[in-house]
Design a protein around this ligand. Structure first.
Ligand code: UD1
Length: 342
């Protein structure tokens, strides 16, 4: 019998890539998603790649009764990966209560269900945003948590605290929080990828849409930062590499490899790259010239952050592998496929 993993937000960008890696590692996957920022098409993509369609439940995790029904319908879930969340930094400033309600309530309902239905392990999608602008780079998991810059970032911090409190109250529960740096790229098959609604807020989707002619020009937000070329620096991690880390985390929880009930891992490459370096690497990888201009800084942006990945490398047994140019090319191949560009 295959081990069952519940993937909330499994129709989303990182979720769908993780479904692929879980299925390929031999797990049975159940997706719960309210499709608020995703579509079932991504499950078609998962099926095309793996030959297996995950079970799908359209569900609002803020509804506790429905969450409990889900666990009754699929008995024996051994691990949960909780991706489902609102995630737009700017929007979270406009509608903070929607962010607190959705991101906190859904987690609380899952934690309640975990105590009730056999204590499956929980992998939680966290973010490097919890570090704010770190004082020391690369940033380790031990770096202090800074005051959140946005309600979105605050929900990630609070969720990590809620999990730790719930674990203290029930010593049979266990969880791994994965702090993502900047996930980019698409599956190498181009069957799944990132599909933001409306104008993309994140760099790489804006780059690929500009290359595809959907956006006229990429704005590079600031070239007067204290960095070698003046543009801001991030740690861009390939989404399939990121998905593989979730499989490692699930294995670790199911096999109870850790002495600790709560663990945190940074998921990045360990290398910081500037916005202009990404632009250049994209042009080199794809042969497409990007129309871009330098504009002012974007409010709320930090200057630079990249991950210390030793903990994930040594303890989780995971390392980023896909080279940047391959990752950028995969993002472009995906964009071309969905826009019918040759
Ligand atoms: C932010 C959050 C991250 C969150 C992610 C999801 C922080 C520190 N990070 O990442 O936790 O998960 O959003 O949305 O809050 N850029 C441009 N032009 C553009 C778009 C972006 O120059 O059109 C630049 C940004 O200024 C930044 C870099 O590209 O320097 C990356 O931006 P983005 O992809 O939006 O990610 P973060 O802001 O790092």
């Amino acid at each position: 019998m295959k081990q069952k993993v519940l993937v909330t937000g499994g129709a989303g960008y990182i979720g769908s890539h993780t479904c692929v890696e879980l299925i390929e590692a031999g797990y049975e996957v159940i997706v719960a998603d309210n499709l608020s920022n995703s579509s079932e098409d991504s499950l078609d993509g998962v099926e095309k790649i793996t030959g297996v369609r995950p079970s799908f439940e359209k569900l609002d995790l803020c509804d506790k009764d429905k969450v409990f029904d889900l666990f009754r319908k699929y008995p024996g879930i051994e691990a949960i990966i909780h991706f489902a969340a609102l995630k737009a930094v700017g929007e979270s400033v406009q509608i903070p209560l929607a962010y607190y309600h959705n991101n906190l309530e859904s987690l609380i309902n899952l934690l309640l269900a975990m105590s009730e239905f056999g204590e499956p392990g929980l992998v939680f999608s966290s973010s490097c945003t919890v570090y704010g602008q770190p004082d020391v780079l690369p940033v380790t998991e031990k770096a202090p948590i800074k005051k959140a810059e946005s309600p979105y970032g605050n929900t990630k911090q609070i969720c990590e605290e809620i999990i730790q409190d719930a674990l203290k109250a029930n010593n049979k529960l266990s969880s791994i929080a994965l702090r993502y740096f900047n996930p980019i790229g698409a599956h190498k098959s181009a069957h799944i990828g990132e599909l933001p609604l409306g104008v993309p807020q994140n760099l790489v989707p804006f780059v690929t849409q500009t290359a595809a002619g959907i956006r006229e020009q990429l704005s590079v937000f600031g070239n007067d930062y204290d960095t070698p070329d003046g543009s801001a620096i991030r740690d861009y991690i390939n989404v399939t590499d990121l998905a593989k880390a979730h499989v490692k985390a699930v294995e670790r929880l199911i096999e109870k490899k850790s002495k600790h009930s709560f663990e945190v891992f940074n998921l990045g490459t360990g290398t910081g790259l500037s916005v202009l370096e990404i632009v250049n690497a994209f042009e080199k990888a794809t042969g497409v010239k990007l129309n871009y201009k330098i504009v002012g800084r974007r409010e709320g942006d930090i200057v630079k952050v990249w991950a210390e990945t030793t903990h994930a490398n040594e303890v989780l047994g995971w390392k980023a592998e896909v080279p940047l140019e391959e990752t950028l090319l995969s993002a472009w191949e995906w964009e071309k496929r969905i826009r019918n560009i040759d």
